[in-house]
Write a protein that binds this ligand. Structure first.
Ligand SMILES: C[S@@+](CC[C@H](N)C(=O)[O-])C[C@H]1O[C@@H](n2cnc3c(N)ncnc32)[C@H](O)[C@@H]1O
Length: 822
């Protein structure tokens, strides 16, 4: 091995000498292990220019783990610097590079734990980085076996000649934000424009002026972009030769253009000229397009910081304060004290007007500094009320005296509102730890609160946000808690012990889609809860208001704890039948709406299903119950609001409703989650006879058409279908009762089958799944295509889908009526 048995420091020196001899690798930037800088002799001094920042390890280490460490280090030590072209990592075997812009999105991830120590980065974070940076964005080379490739890569990307000859920096995906931020400091204040009016009347921002300047061709660069229209109705052009160089062009409805001109203040032109000497503009077309796509990044540093990792959107900040005022009264800001004990950069406190009553503390000193900086820029907070405090570890005696006076005084404490959007980091579950064999370390399991409460409160304590609630409830009795979080605390089964302990009265709750928070993906609700801890009242349920991502009120939503409910799985279990002929399998997992895709009929469970026992047999005796189970799980559409709703043990209304039972059976025969196929055994699920569909051969099984015709007898554990006494085993045919809606589905289905059997190579035993596969085919990865080129098939399938929708509409209300859903 090339670099065997050498220490990390020597490894860095050797890598520098062997691979980057013409560059300066001696710089120390915060705690970044290794940096490659261009040695500039003839360039105008406008800050250092780096080609690489890298993490170094003495021993072979996972690339993503090293990158995760570096990304956290950069955030802490170098996030405000102009970044390098690449970030990377190396150990004594290999080196890897990623273009910096590919890691930018990671800095926007909401639940990324930026506060951990880089050298002990947790597995969840490494996985996040693994998911965010695709393998083809990483260029990795073994020092020994890929020597030639590495040389070629460095020649192409670390081209010293090109680099040193450049007097001005090219603007690209990596640096445009920083160029903009420098411009904000140096040029923007010199422009003679009323920014507030421009924003209000035209939706024009300073960044539009920046873009107009950026688009000027003053270096003879090949490509100048014609497309200046950042904003379709208004745009800014720039010509330095004009006395008033900025032209705001406005197009009216008739295609006429009006222009408004703006000039510089006193020495503005000089500032402008000096600034752009350092950059080559315009950027190449590909970067220009990218910049236009990412205009959201062109906001002042302060705002961007807040938009990033931890940020409550302003619309919800405002709404939450309205709700607090509703609960505590219009004068709450004068009558109550507010403490945001995980304030980040203080964004949640925007809009509060009585700074004498507001306290803000947070974990990172950096964030405290940002808050103090913001105070200088007009944020309505008191410097002495902003402090560093690790809420989950520190003792209240570390708080400023004024706040301690409130905390220690029972009367004042009743007037304390803990107003927070707590962090969401979660420690991996036990299974993960065993599965990876990894020795996990995590902030969530190292806190004092975790150590104190994990034995009593179980799984909930693995979540930082629950730890905040536990500490507040236990140590700040009688205060008000106003907090954002998911609904786990009130709904999740593994939070039951937490609910046994955390029993304040929930005064109000509103829900918003999680996706309205920056970079949170997934369709689920985030709630804003207002709790009065002076009243003990176990949470069972509440009718919550809900808003869409624009803040428009949508239907109200009942949120339940389900602590006193039995789940649907308890209902279906007594119908499991291990004795009779298997006609298919029900695959099932979990009992909430979000797991709909996990429920289906199949001819053969997968190995994993066998292992995990996530299936049961369908037989002539339980087919009705299995059909009801599949139907209720599939028929209700999941939305961000209902996706955590649980399916429950029903009342007995369904037992005597033959129409409902029949509807469910027909629904499951033609639903996409019925994946029965003749390729995995006898297909018992053909709803028609051979003659009905003109099949060319006899079917192997007539079970389903016989069952529908009432020819098959079922033995039921209860008297579901007869009037014999309960508990007596009866032998009879279930009395099916077709509704016009289910008949329409049968008719549409029959047409589809008939068409299929006109095909020369039709398989007589084909199921609906097989028929779909026949016409739609599969893609290269083996996934069934969504569409078919066969027009007649498409039309027949559309008819079937329409009939299914009508049938679904008839079934849906029954799902609630019979209590499968609350
Ligand atoms: C979801 S953010 C909320 C930030 C801001 N209040 C907002 O609403 O936009 C949570 C914040 O809690 C901070 N934090 C994490 N652990 C903490 C701890 N143990 N003590 C105090 N603050 C913590 C994080 O640094 C982060 O800034």
């Amino acid at each position: 091995m090339l670099y065997e048995n050498i220490r990390e420091e020597s490894l860095k020196l050797k890598v520098a000498a062997d691979w980057f001899p013409k560059f300066d690798c001696t710089d120390i930037i915060g705690r970044i292990d290794f940096a490659v800088k261009i040695k500039r002799t003839n360039a105008i001094d406008f800050g250092d220019e780096y080609l690489l920042w890298a993490e170094a390890k003495q021993q072979p280490t996972d690339i993503y783990r090293m990158l995760a460490q570096l990304i956290i280090t950069i955030k802490a030590d170098a996030y405000n610097r102009v970044p390098p072209k690449f970030i990377g990592c190396f150990d004594n075997e290999k080196i890897a590079f990623v273009e910096y812009h590919n890691v930018l999105p990671i800095y926007q991830i909401n639940d990324f734990n930026w506060t951990q120590t880089p050298s002990a980065v947790d597995d969840k974070t490494v996985d996040t980085v693994r998911n965010a940076i695709s393998a083809n964005q990483i260029f990795s080379f073994n020092f020994e076996t890929d020597q030639a490739e590495l040389r070629n890569f460095l020649k192409a990307n670390f081209n010293l000649d090109a680099a040193t000859n450049l007097l001005s920096t090219l603007i690209d995906k990596n640096n445009f934000i920083f160029v903009y931020q420098k411009w904000l400091r140096q040029v923007m204040p010199k422009i003679n424009a009323d920014w507030a009016v421009l924003k209000k009347n035209y939706g024009i921002y300073d960044r539009d002026f920046f873009l107009a300047e950026l688009n000027v061709d003053d270096n003879g660069t090949a490509e100048v972009n014609d497309d200046k229209t950042v904003n379709a109705d208004f745009y800014i052009t720039f010509d330095a030769a004009d006395k008033k160089p900025y032209q705001l062009v406005r197009k009216d409805g008739f295609g006429m253009e009006a222009t408004y001109s703006f000039g510089f203040k006193s020495d503005g032109l000089q500032q402008y000229t000096d600034f752009w000497k350092h950059y080559k503009r315009p950027p190449q077309n590909e970067y220009w397009k990218y910049i236009l796509e990412r205009l959201d990044l062109l906001v002042p540093q302060d705002v961007r910081e807040r938009k990033g990792a931890f940020f409550t959107p302003q619309i919800w900040v405002e709404k939450s304060q309205q709700y607090i005022a509703d609960v505590l009264g219009a004068d709450w800001q004068d009558e109550y004290y507010v403490w945001d004990c995980c304030a980040g950069t203080g964004n949640l406190l925007n809009g509060l007007n009585n700074k004498y009553n507001v306290w803000a503390s947070t974990l990172d000193q950096q964030d405290v500094d940002v808050m103090k900086e913001r105070i200088k820029n007009g944020a309505n907070l008191l410097e002495n009320h902003v402090f560093q405090f690790d809420f989950l570890n520190d003792d209240f005696s570390k708080c400023p005296q004024g706040l301690q006076d409130i905390i220690n005084n029972p009367e004042k404490r009743r007037k304390l509102v803990i107003y927070i959007n707590p962090p969401y980091a979660e420690h991996g579950n036990r299974k993960q730890v065993i599965g990876t064999g990894a020795n996990k370390t995590s902030v969530a399991t190292e806190t004092t609160i975790y150590k104190q409460y994990s034995n009593i409160l179980g799984a909930a304590t693995r979540e930082l946000y629950a730890q905040f609630l536990i500490k507040i409830y236990a140590q700040l009795p009688n205060c008000i808690i106003a907090q954002f979080s998911t609904l786990k605390g009130v709904q999740a089964f593994n939070f039951k012990k937490f609910r046994d302990f955390f029993e304040p009265e929930l005064k109000k709750l509103f829900l918003v889609p999680a996706s309205s928070f920056d970079n949170v993906q997934g369709a689920f609700p985030i709630g804003f809860f207002i709790w009065d801890t002076s009243v003990k009242q176990r949470f069972n349920g509440i009718l919550a208001n809900a808003y869409d991502q624009h803040g428009i009120e949508v239907e109200k939503k009942n949120v339940y704890s389900y602590d006193n409910d039995r789940l649907v799985i308890e209902w279906i279990r007594p119908f499991f039948d291990k004795q009779n002929e298997i006609i298919g399998y029900l695959r099932m997992k979990n009992t909430d709406i979000q797991n709909k895709a996990q429920i289906f009929f199949t001819s053969m469970p997968s190995e994993a299903d066998f292992r995990e026992k996530t299936y049961t047999f369908i037989t002539k005796n339980n087919i009705i119950q299995m059909a009801i189970y599949l139907t209720i799980r599939c028929v209700v559409d999941g939305t961000w609001l209902n996706d955590r709703d649980q399916f429950l043990y029903p009342n007995d209304g369904w037992e005597t409703d033959n129409r409902f039972q029949t509807n469910c059976l027909i629904y499951t025969l033609f639903h996409g989650q019925n994946k029965i196929t003749c390729k995995q055994g006898v297909n018992h699920w053909i709803p028609f006879t051979e003659s009905e569909v003109d099949a060319k051969e006899r079917f192997e099984s007539h079970f389903m058409s016989d069952f529908l015709a009432g020819k098959i007898k079922s033995e039921q554990p209860k008297d579901l279908f007869s009037d014999v006494d309960a508990g007596v085993e009866t032998v009879h045919a279930p009395s099916l009762q077709m509704t016009p809606e289910s008949q329409a589905v049968m008719d549409a289905g029959r047409e589809l089958w008939r068409y299929y059997h006109t095909m020369a190579d039709a398989n007589p035993n084909a199921s609906l799944y097989d028929i779909k596969e026949y016409f739609q085919g599969r893609d290269a990865k083996g996934k069934m295509n969504a569409k078919s080129d066969d027009k007649q098939y498409t039309e027949l399938l559309d008819n079937l889908k329409a009939a299914m929708q009508t049938l679904a509409a008839q079934i849906r209300p029954k799902v609630y009526e019979y209590g499968f859903l609350k």
